[in-house]
Design a protein around this ligand. Structure first.
Ligand code: MG
Length: 238
């Protein structure tokens, strides 16, 4: 179902980044916001009284790089990094078990491996977008790396397997931003494309708002937009 237009007086907007605001690229660093998109997001944030946040698996510093010169309210690494727009980054403490998983992966992955390991500090990501034939091996390595580590789980995503802490999810973002300037009393609208966004959709609904799923696939969200271009068109209508 096509989402209703945002009400700038009532709604708060939580936006995933990859697959929502930018199309995927062969390498994560190669994504780009379309021309003028950062400026339009900044204008939208002002129309919403500040109630706009980026909620991503990426690190906040990466989000800042892509949206430069603007700095948006941001929650990174699925909730491990917390940064209201005008403030310093805060890190949620990470389980020491992540170090065990890190060492296990390092021992398995040699130089020149077709799987690429990204260390986000508070999560570890195995990327296989450039080598889809490595999907099963990535899943196996992920499972082995967290074997016996109760704090962690290996979560499949879009051409990735991500090792991160249980109990930290995009649902936390909805509760976190509710206390930020401009968000109080507004209904959260959560927009995302991936399995990790489902937690955000459910949390938004529980808080009286709703979710918007980007792209195909099963979802808890009541609304859907077909692709990144449609997200930008919808945002432009606010
Ligand atoms: Mg995404």
């Amino acid at each position: 179902m096509t989402p209703p237009p945002l009400d700038p007086e009532r709604h708060a907007l939580l936006l995933d980044f990859d697959g929502t605001l930018v199309e995927f690229a062969p390498r994560p660093d190669h994504v780009r916001l379309r021309p003028g998109a950062a400026e339009r997001l900044d204008a939208l944030r002002r129309r919403l009284g500040g109630a706009l946040a980026l909620v991503s698996g990426r690190k906040v510093e990466a989000l800042d790089r892509f949206t430069s010169p603007y700095r948006f309210n941001a929650i990174g690494v699925h909730g491990h990094e917390i940064r209201p727009a005008g403030e310093e980054l805060r890190l949620r403490p990470t389980s020491p078990q992540l170090d065990v998983a890190r060492r296990r992966l390092a021992a398995e992955l040699g130089g020149g491996d077709r799987l690429r390991l990204e260390d986000k500090g508070s999560a570890l990501v195995l990327h296989f977008r450039e080598h889809p034939e490595e999907a099963e091996r990535a899943a196996q390595l992920g499972r082995r790396a967290v074997d016996g580590l109760a704090d962690l789980h290996a979560v499949p995503g879009n051409m990735i397997v991500e090792l991160r802490e249980r109990g930290v999810s995009k649902a936390d973002a909805v509760a976190l931003v509710a206390g930020w300037p401009g968000f109080a009393g507004r209904l959260p609208v959560f927009v995302g494309d991936d399995t990790t966004d489902e937690d955000g959709f459910r949390a938004a609904a529980a808080a009286g708002g709703f979710g918007i799923k980007v792209g195909p696939g099963p979802t808890a969200a009541p609304h859907r937009l077909p692709d990144v271009a449609a997200v930008h068109t919808w945002l432009a209508d606010v």
